[in-house]
Design a protein around this ligand. Sequence first.
Ligand SMILES: [Zn+2]
Length: 93
Amino acid sequence: MTDDDRSLSNRARKRIVDGGVRRLLNTPGWNPFKAAVQPADASTKVADALHVQRLQNAGEAAAICAECAARRLASGDSTDLCPRHLAQAMGIG
Ligand SMILES: [Zn+2]
């Protein structure tokens, strides 16, 4: 076996291992690191749903909020929110 052959087979083996690891990492809910760096598709959808829900909640609350109404009147922007409802819409309220 020459050095070239060995490095080639090492590379081939590494590729197989990498593929297996990648598959494992892509298994939903398996990789504890992935979520922190880049949310998996499933959790992204959940986050999106929660975000939409939050926006709807904030929107409904803002619809009856005098401060939001005053902000909209002042800015002319019909989507304007008071700081409290803006924070709620962003999920930090
Ligand atoms: Zn408001």
